[in-house]
Design a protein around this ligand. Structure first.
Ligand SMILES: *Cc1c(COP(=O)(O)O)cnc(C)c1O
Length: 230
């Protein structure tokens, strides 16, 4: 087996073990492999192992990769997830290949998504991204705004609100951050009972995230190996 295949299987095993040891089913956790900075051939190899859900954080990189993968593996279809900060002028492009946007975090972005949905007949799945830090320049919604912002997202036809997404801070216990996400998720479900999904957990902290209820983990380097600066 290639190193990539070995790491992929290892992460899958750890996901299952983490789910089972917290009384959950492995099938309750979806793995999204984050392929940013890696060439399309890496994605194609994962596709050959049976994987279909991939994520990217920059439209300039994601779009050509999604198109190239379609031409390399024309008989398969893939679920692309957009997980990075999204500029309004990239929304149209991102919606052309991504089925899910994990980084809905502000009104201007919501307006642009609504505009694109009104212009065509596409649907889009979205997570509201939360900013867990005090730094307002980081992506993500201020958690105290969740209900107010979710109300406006729920009013957009064609936008399917799945739940909340967050990235745990670098210098904090991920458990503390994820527990905060779960409290915000509970608040969200008071007005959107179906928006139960939790997109939390990356290479460094996915087992803790699964223990706390993650439904979608976004894992890059633990599978693809180290990447250069991005
Ligand atoms: C890069 C990235 C990931 C994956 O990070 P790893 O630590 O490599 O697993 C997950 N989520 C977002 C938003 C990212 O930008």
């Amino acid at each position: 087996m290639s190193q990539l295949a070995t790491r992929y299987r290892d992460v899958q095993d750890r996901i299952s073990a983490a789910a089972l040891s917290s009384g959950r089913q492995a099938s309750e956790v979806e793995l999204i492999v984050i392929t940013k900075t890696h060439p399309t051939l890496v994605v194609a190899e994962l596709a050959d192992l049976g994987h279909r859900s991939f994520g990217e954080n920059r439209d300039q990189e994601a779009k050509p990769k999604a198109l190239e993968l379609d031409s390399l593996r024309p008989d398969s279809s893939f679920d692309w997830h957009f997980v990075g900060q999204l500029q309004s002028n990239k929304v149209k492009s991102a919606m052309s290949y991504a089925k899910t946007i994990h980084s809905l975090d502000r009104s201007s972005l919501l307006k642009e998504i609504a505009k694109q949905l009104a212009a065509g007949d596409a649907q889009i799945d979205c997570y509201i991204e939360l900013n867990l830090t005090e730094d307002l320049n980081r992506g993500g919604l201020d958690p105290s705004m969740i209900k107010q912002f979710a109300e406006s997202a729920l009013a957009v036809p064609g936008l399917n609100l799945l739940g909340v997404m967050a990235v745990a801070g670098l210098d904090v216990d991920p458990r503390v951050d994820f527990e905060k996400v779960i409290r915000v998720s509970r608040e969200l479900r008071e007005i959107a009972p179906d928006a139960k999904a939790l997109s939390i957990g990356m290479s460094a902290d996915y087992e803790v995230a699964i223990e706390l209820g993650a439904t979608h983990v976004r894992i890059g380097s633990a599978i693809t190996g180290p990447r250069g600066n991005n």
